[in-house]
Ligand binder design. Structure first.
Ligand SMILES: O=P(O)(O)OC[C@H]1O[C@@H](O)[C@H](O)[C@@H]1O
Length: 151
């Protein structure tokens, strides 16, 4: 897969680790920053960058690493066409793909350790969307995005 990846100052080490692992697995990683350690960076532009790449087809999926991941989750889900999941355990990671067809995974590097993050990213990348009734709900979410709320 073509995967865009970004992290703020809390996620640089985990980002580097995920890039090495996923590249070794054969994925094509596009590191969108941040690139410099030791400075505080704002996460909304990083989220806009990687999510924009997913939304316009330059990337298949995106990974965003923050501290809690909460701000990143909010920012990513402001972008049309993005379904970002905050994934810190097996259950929510599987559901984010199977039910929500999440195209962005957000991870808080201060919430889970690197080994758990690696396992969850592997799970997230390999879990298919179930479709069916879940697709109908995604269609309704798309209506919300268009300012046309479902009845
Ligand atoms: O390090 P500071 O600037 O305090 O907080 C940034 C973090 O706040 C959270 O929403 C995000 O996960 C981000 O990583």
């Amino acid at each position: 897969m073509r995967i865009a990846i970004a992290a703020d100052h809390h996620g640089l080490a985990l980002k580097a680790r995920l890039i090495a692992r996923l590249t070794a697995q054969g994925h094509e990683l596009d590191d969108r920053g941040a690139h410099a350690g030791g400075v505080t960076v704002d996460y909304p532009p990083l989220c806009a960058d990687v999510c924009g790449r997913v939304a316009d087809g330059r990337a298949d999926r995106a990974i965003v690493v923050g501290g809690s991941g909460m701000g990143e989750l909010i920012a990513c889900n402001k972008i049309r066409g993005i379904r970002a999941g905050l994934c810190h355990d097996v259950f929510t990671t599987e559901i984010s793909r199977a039910h929500n067809d999440a195209n962005v995974i957000v991870i808080g590097a201060k919430v889970i350790g690197p080994e758990t993050a690696e396992e969850l990213v592997d799970l997230w990348l390999s879990t298919p969307f179930k479709g069916g009734r879940h697709q109908e709900r995604l269609d309704q979410i798309a209506m919300l995005e268009r300012g046309d709320p479902p009845a």
